[in-house]
Design a protein around this ligand. Sequence first.
Ligand SMILES: [Zn+2]
Length: 420
Amino acid sequence: MRKLFKNGHIIDPASSTDRVCDIVIEDGKVAEIGENLSGDEVIDCSGYVIAPGLVDMHVHMREPGQENKETIATAAQAALAGGVTTILGMPNTVPAADNASVVTFILSQGAKTPVNVLTTGAATKSNAGKEMAEIGLMFEAGITAVSDDAFPVQNSDLMRRVMEYTKMFDLPILLHCEDKDLTMGTVMNEGAVSTHLGLAASPKAAEEIAVRRNIALCELTGCRTHIQHVSCAGSVEAVRLAKSKGIPVTAETCPQYFSLTEKELETYNPAAKVNPPLRTDEDVEAVKAGLKDGTLDVIATDHAPHAAEDKDVEIMYAAFGMTGLETSLALSITSLVKTGFMTLPELIALMTAAPAKVLGIDKGTLAPGADGDMVVFDPDEEWTVDVTKFRSKGKNTVLDGRKLTGKVKMTVVGGDVYKF
Ligand SMILES: [Zn+2]
């Protein structure tokens, strides 16, 4: 069975493809790219961009343990709607993904969904930051990376040992950079806006200190170190300096950090409470510059769904996080491409080939022989975000009601086509 996707604008940065032509998927793999190809089933893609399926390396699927917020099945449906074909789950589940049996459970639940579900393993037991988790056993069970997301390891000696151990398996370590003493009890970025609002706030230094420590430990251990959700100018600068010295560090940011600022909190909207917090215009510009010059390798979402009872409360008590899977492509196009800041191929690379490379997985390209994972989208269509239409259980985003550009029309996973 040859599925022929006809007359799409194929953008595959990994194979330097950027032209209007046909692509054929056969037996779940990319068989051919070229002009006037033939197929058994023809899918017209005129006017649409065809890109590799997006790889989102920062997703909270909430299962096991918090199925009221999200399940692996609903996260997968949200991913499909967002053009995301591979998702990497974070280990702050309940119980934590800190051992082989939880890892096996997550992967087996993931295998029942239409997308590629991968998982990290926790850096420490119960994410408690006291004792190293069973990284070797989790490696055998199939983790793609180790992470301390949501529970940043404060003890530098322990982090050093986790990184030395992680390196033995040639796994990347994905690090949430936060000095917890500086952020205790805070809800937003420290500055004029927080003073005006009278909200407890943390300085950017809380992130920068941890980024710099983790870079120093990366240099010490040689572990493949990936800095998660970079939100401020100082972190971008630290990563830029580390890379210039040849330290094997990579970094990601999320659409909210190059699209939104702390001003979102002026209405005391709990949906704008994220960790790290939304920063200033200056930080947004620095994060964008970091994406443009290669300092920041990847755009991931930090998709963090919550139930209404966790979010629709006074801002001090609201949970941190924003959903992202169903808006990441459009928000990125709106902020980075429509404004002329970068080209569509540059953006797509940041969401496909780049995360695949950081993780060391065979995804993120449409070269012949690659998995038939694609997103087909209209790069110019405007649409209004309506959280009631989200497939994710999490409706927590400040984007509800806002207009974005770029609409997913089809998501293809292993040759299976899902239309939107
Ligand atoms: Zn995090």
